[in-house]
Write a protein that binds this ligand. Structure first.
Ligand SMILES: [Zn+2]
Length: 164
């Protein structure tokens, strides 16, 4: 299975809100956070994200910057949870202390590896919530270790209005 044909991504508030809450809480301690979104295909080209999963993770502050690691057992538990819910791990979201972009580490050590998966990076430890959405960085996995800006791939992101 892959998501290569998917061009419409639906992100409900039930997935986005807890994601931002977790990333903001991690940021208050000065750490990046990492969540994974489970999704279901609605048809060939439309994927709906349906759950937000916080894998057991370790946040590090190193001389060269911040880093989050998730061990193999935690990844296994995560994928089993998605499988039991009839979902696939179709997207990952993590925070950065300042600007949002895909670093070399982000490119090569993703938590989701399904072709066509989404990776979203949120700036400023998600402090500004959706108000900073113009600075969020969206990517799709287009090849082994290769992430392209979602706009380049023709991806359309469908968010719910807040409170709606
Ligand atoms: Zn990163």
């Amino acid at each position: 299975m892959n998501l290569n044909r998917v061009c419409d991504l639906r992100i409900p508030n039930t997935v986005l809100d807890p994601t931002l809450d977790f990333l903001r809480a991690a940021g208050q301690g000065g750490y990046e956070g990492f969540v994974v979104w489970g999704g279901r295909l609605l048809d060939d080209t439309t994927l709906a994200f349906t759950s937000c999963y916080v894998p057991k993770q370790t946040a590090h502050k190193t001389a060269s910057g911040l880093l989050v690691t998730v061990d193999g057992e935690a990844l296994f538990n995560m994928n089993r949870a998605f499988y039991n819910q009839g979902e696939v791990a179709a997207g990952q979201v993590h925070s950065h202390p300042t600007d949002a972009y895909h670093s070399e580490t982000d490119d090569h050590f993703p938590l989701v590896t399904l072709a066509g998966a989404l990776s979203l990076v949120i700036p400023d430890f998600a402090t500004h919530g959706r108000e900073a959405i113009d600075r969020w960085a969206w990517y799709r996995l287009v090849g082994e270790g290769v992430w392209a800006p979602a706009a380049v791939t023709g991806t359309r992101i469908h968010l719910e209005s807040q409170g709606g």
